[in-house]
Design a protein around this ligand. Structure first.
Ligand code: GTP
Ligand code: MG
Length: 222
């Protein structure tokens, strides 16, 4: 582990189309959406402003706090497929470290995937997402897991950290789920004890907790 007190953590979010990857990231408070099309200079300026605002927030800027929640902490029922990739960043304090979490949202639809191996390289953690109501999205996890390891090519594939999220827990109050919790936990255990969270982007359930675990898991791998 690095001894530097700042860390930039790259996290890649994968999973079938429609499972709620983008919705989960939009739910994550204060995470700032940026697109790959923006120039690096502009991204740097955004990051600088964002860090200034975050510092102000942590010293009690309640008005801006509310505004950020209003602008970013949003859920939409309308499905808009992700094309290529987008990322959001979030500043977190974990123990004595200031962590910038860079969460990369990817396209689940094959025709919108245009990411080469270079995109996956240097990742500190991979988040896999499935929909608890759709068996197929769970069955595809093996493929996403394998594909990630193939592309990212980490030093030790057996030690690379993943986190699994079972999303859409709110649907019919959980009664229409197609994947029992035990089945998901067994899958995680068989893959080297992957941390598992059941979430709802719609109801804002367990989203903060899940991403905090992602940040800690990524930091351990830095
Ligand atoms: P791709 O970009 O195609 O890979 O899809 P995605 O995984 O990003 O899915 P997205 O976040 O766009 O969500 C797909 C649909 O599911 C949208 O209509 C969302 O409103 C809905 N959705 C996402 N999360 C939830 C959830 O927790 N509960 C419910 N009920 N619906 C959700
Ligand atoms: Mg998406």
């Amino acid at each position: 582990m690095s001894t530097n007190r700042r860390a930039l953590l790259k996290v890649i979010v994968l999973g079938d189309s429609g499972v709620g990857k983008t919705s989960l990231m939009n739910r994550y408070p204060y995470a700032m959406k940026q697109t790959m099309a923006l120039s690096t200079q502009f991204l740097r300026l955004c990051n600088f402003l964002y860090i200034c605002i975050s510092t102000f927030l942590s010293s009690g800027g309640f008005l801006i706090d509310g505004l950020f929640r209003y602008v970013y902490n949003k859920f939409s029922l309308q499905y808009k497929a992700t094309i290529g990739a987008d990322f959001v960043t979030k500043e977190l304090q974990i123990d004595d470290k200031l962590v910038t979490l860079q969460l990369w949202d990817t396209a689940g639809q094959e025709r919108f995937q245009s990411l080469g191996a270079a995109f996956y390289r240097g990742a500190d953690c991979c988040v896999l997402v499935y929909d608890v109501n759709t068996l197929k999205s769970f069955e595809q996890l093996d493929n996403w897991h394998e594909e990630f390891l193939k592309q990212a090519d980490p030093v030790d594939p057996n030690l690379f950290p993943f986190v699994l999220l079972g999303n859409k827990m709110d649907v019919d109050g959980g009664s229409s789920r197609a994947v029992p919790e035990k089945k998901a936990r067994d899958w995680c255990a068989s893959r080297g004890d992957i941390p598992y969270f059941e979430t709802s982007a719609k109801e804002d359930y367990n989203v903060d907790e899940a991403f905090l675990c992602v940040a800690k898991t990524a930091l351990n791998n830095e």
